[in-house]
Write a protein that binds this ligand. Structure first.
Ligand code: ADP
Ligand code: MG
Length: 721
């Protein structure tokens, strides 16, 4: 059977019965609420299964982010093991988030042999608390070479252990941090936890200054909206580029893309809703509050949004959502694409990081208050966030860099690489007045007294939205929209936490000093907030962030525009980042250096793999097909016009061959040297060569006999379901 016949017969099969590839699934929907978190070793299970003293000690550990008391570890492990076995688990694993951007796990069986050919199920405290994966193959950016070859994983009790089911069984999963023996973070979760601590410390200082005596903890909250594509697996399997790189490296623009805007919030196709139902059922059992699902802008694109949770839990849950999206898609005959730009000319996928600050007694620090006093505190915190994005927008941009996201940021579909803040008209008005030092026109020149009733009240949940802004205030939280769909949301959260901690620190110190010099509280807060806004006003922008004018305007305002990953990389261990992250104990200098090394290498390897794949597809699939078509055309061409067609084809084929040669040459000319140099070379030389080759191949796709074209087309990939 020729390649093309496979393509066609696949389309026929899908058209005949799109659901044929899906396994049937029926959720037990009768009692959804009681199923929530049933597969987690949560508070309820702990209470049922642990002696009271042990339960209390464990809860204290969880709520106060303490170390687990070693004397209770064995009891907890034993209870966890019994519980896991009842749920069909055969193995346990320490689950962690290495700097590959995904998750890692190594399973150990509960069953151990005893004397006399018998066996028992066993899980002891030390196995729960600490693991030592032979993890020498994870990227460490030189960290382990300098310090210690092996890292260890340590249980993070703030994230509950859970049961991960697969078709033939289950595993007890213990969320852990991954660190070197000398304490360097080898993962993405450890720095996140450190940043949460730094932010808590500064937030509590602010609360204290505002007279709050009851809140004991403040933690960042995260709600991450995830976009993804679902493509029929049978078609995706015919595309080596999708299989290897997660995106199409070739593909002519289809006659219909997203122009009609008929997909957004459209009716969810039958097979897709079947997939979503199973996904959400599994998420429910894991205590992940999946809340919203809908069709997205691009054909075959969808979104899932859970309710927000405390940042460390939200990050773990987000990683699980990505894992389950991929796993469960295959059960329904789909491939789930989490790449930021699977299809050229069609919207890519992002992840919106909704972020706020919450106290343990339920106060949202970014919720405009009912009383002038609450309002003053809100404005103080909001001004600190504004200052953070202005002073450290470059670091925020850096936190979302990566080969995939380079296709999105700066294209007219996702926020640009320029970091700016949109406040919504209500808050914007208040901020501008504060910066001017005036209230209303009627009360010209009169200073706004924060904390007293002359302050214009901030309307709650302002309605207007600016979807083009990378960082928008949306009523009671900020929404950071530049995160890539495949990225671990912990990176951006870590940076956001740290830069806001720094701003809160600066403003709280100013307030401290003002109060020490006997300045009146209201006047002091007013002056600090006004000055913070005035000094950082340049980052406020309400207009269309996709426009060319904004790029010019932003440049005038001195806002950085870091378009590519190669430009962002040096910031990771630049002077500014190193001193900031060291000060708040989030990354040490060696950790920053190691991260630079890892991200640069990752970028280079990603593009390298894409380029090799593009070469293979062009040389072994596209070129032979085109030559076959040329043979047919040569035999058939009789008239002048037909011969002209042949002539054009000939010259396109030559161009294709030429461009294959150019791309090949760029790969053999990679400069020896450091990772940064290589990254810049790949960005400036290899990527353009790939794009240029693609241009020629895509034009040929529109000219060559469809019967001979070897790759499923965009129309087939995007509309068959
Ligand atoms: P959108 O218009 O962007 O869809 P939604 O109001 O539906 O906005 O919320 C999107 C996400 O924001 C959800 O995941 C939601 O849980 C999250 N969110 C809401 N409040 C907060 C908060 N205080 N902190 C963090 N995330 C929040
Ligand atoms: Mg949103």
């Amino acid at each position: 059977m020729s390649f093309n016949n496979v393509r066609r017969s696949t389309m026929v099969a899908i058209a005949a019965d799109p659901n044929a590839a899906a396994v049937s699934f029926a959720a037990k929907t009768s009692d959804l609420q009681s199923l929530f978190g049933n597969h987690t070793f949560n508070e309820k299970v702990q209470k049922e299964r642990l002696p009271e003293k042990v339960f209390e000690s464990l809860q204290d550990t969880i709520q106060n982010s303490k170390q687990l008391d070693p004397s209770i570890a064995d009891v907890v492990a034993k209870a966890m093991c019994a519980w896991a076995l009842e749920h069909g688990a055969t193995h346990f694993t320490h689950w962690f988030q290495p700097m590959t951007g995904s998750t890692a796990e190594k399973h150990d069986c509960f069953v151990v042999p005893t004397s006399g050919g018998q066996a028992i199920a066993k899980f002891i405290g030390s196995e729960l608390v600490r693991g030592e994966p032979d993890a020498s193959s994870f990227p460490s950016g030189g960290l382990r070479a300098t310090f210690e070859a092996r890292g260890y994983t340590a249980w993070d009790p703030s994230s509950p252990a859970f049961i991960f089911r697969h078709k033939n069984g289950a595993t007890l999963v213990i969320p852990t941090m991954f660190v070197s023996w000398t304490g360097e973070a080898l993962d993405m979760r450890t720095p996140l936890s450190r940043s949460i601590e730094a932010l808590e410390k500064q937030s509590l200082r602010v609360l204290k200054l505002f007279g709050n005596k009851k809140s004991r903890h403040v933690y960042p909250t995260v709600g991450a909206e995830q976009e993804y594509f679902l493509i029929d697996r049978r078609l995706a399997a015919l595309r080596p580029d999708l299989t290897v790189t997660g995106r199409t490296l070739f593909g002519a623009k289809p006659p219909k893309g997203q122009e009609l805007e008929d997909n957004y919030f459209g009716a969810i196709p039958e097979r897709v809703i079947g997939f979503m139902t199973e996904l959400e059922y599994e998420l429910l059992l894991l205590g992940i509050p999946a809340r919203t699902r809908h069709n997205e802008v691009a054909p075959a694109q969808f979104e899932i949004a859970p309710l927000f949770e405390s940042a460390n839990l939200a990050v773990d849950h987000q990683m699980l959502i990505m894992q389950l999206l991929r796993n469960i898609a295959t059960r329904h005959g789909f491939v789930c694409l989490l790449h930021e730009k699977p299809f050229a000319g069609i919207n890519g996928s992002g992840k919106h990081n909704n972020w706020s600050l919450m106290t343990d007694d339920g106060e949202n620090l970014l919720e405009p208050g009912d009383t002038p006093h609450e309002n003053a505190q809100f404005l103080f915190v909001a001004a600190a966030v504004l200052r953070a994005v202005h002073q450290n927008g470059d670091l925020l941009r850096m936190s979302v860099c990566g080969a995939g996201n380079d296709h999105r940021l700066g294209a007219n579909e996702a926020p640009p690489a320029i970091m700016s803040v949109y406040l919504g008209s209500a808050l914007d008005e208040v901020f501008r007045k504060l910066a001017e030092g005036t209230t209303t026109a009627a009360k010209k020149q009169a200073p706004i007294e924060v904390g007293v009733s002359t302050l214009p009240p901030v309307k709650r949940h302002s309605e207007d939205r600016n979807r083009t802004s990378p960082f928008a205030f949306t009523g009671n939280k900020f929404e950071f929209r530049a995160v890539g769909s495949s990225q671990n949301v912990s990176q951006s959260t870590t940076v956001l936490n740290t830069i806001v901690a720094e701003s809160l620190d600066v403003l709280a110190t100013e307030l401290d000093e003002a109060l020490k010099s006997k300045k009146d509280f209201n006047t002091a807060v007013h002056d600090i907030v006004s000055k913070a806004i005035k000094d950082n006003e340049a980052v406020l922008f309400n207009g269309n962030c996709y426009s060319e004018d904004w790029k010019k305007e932003a440049k005038k305002r001195g806002l950085p525009n870091l378009v590519t990953t190669a430009e962002c990389l040096p910031l990771i261990n630049g002077k500014k980042a190193v001193s900031l992250f060291e000060k708040y104990k989030v990354f040490s200098k060696v950790e920053s250096d190691s991260r630079h090394e890892i991200y640069a290498e990752n970028y280079v390897k990603t593009i390298h793999i894409e380029a090799e794949t593009a070469l293979e597809v062009a040389a072994t699939l596209i070129l032979p097909a085109v030559l076959k078509y040329k043979t047919n055309l040569t035999a058939a061409a009789t008239t002048k016009l037909q011969k002209e067609l042949l002539h054009e084809l000939d010259s396109s084929i030559d161009t294709l061959i030429e461009k294959i040669g150019v791309l090949k040459k760029t790969l053999s000319d990679v400069p020896e040297g450091n990772a940064q140099k290589e990254a810049e070379y790949f960005c400036k030389t290899v990527v353009p060569a790939m794009t240029s080759l693609r241009g020629t191949a895509d034009a040929l796709e529109s000219a060559v006999d469809d019967e001979l074209w070897p790759l499923p087309t965009y129309t087939e990939l995007l509309f068959a379901r």
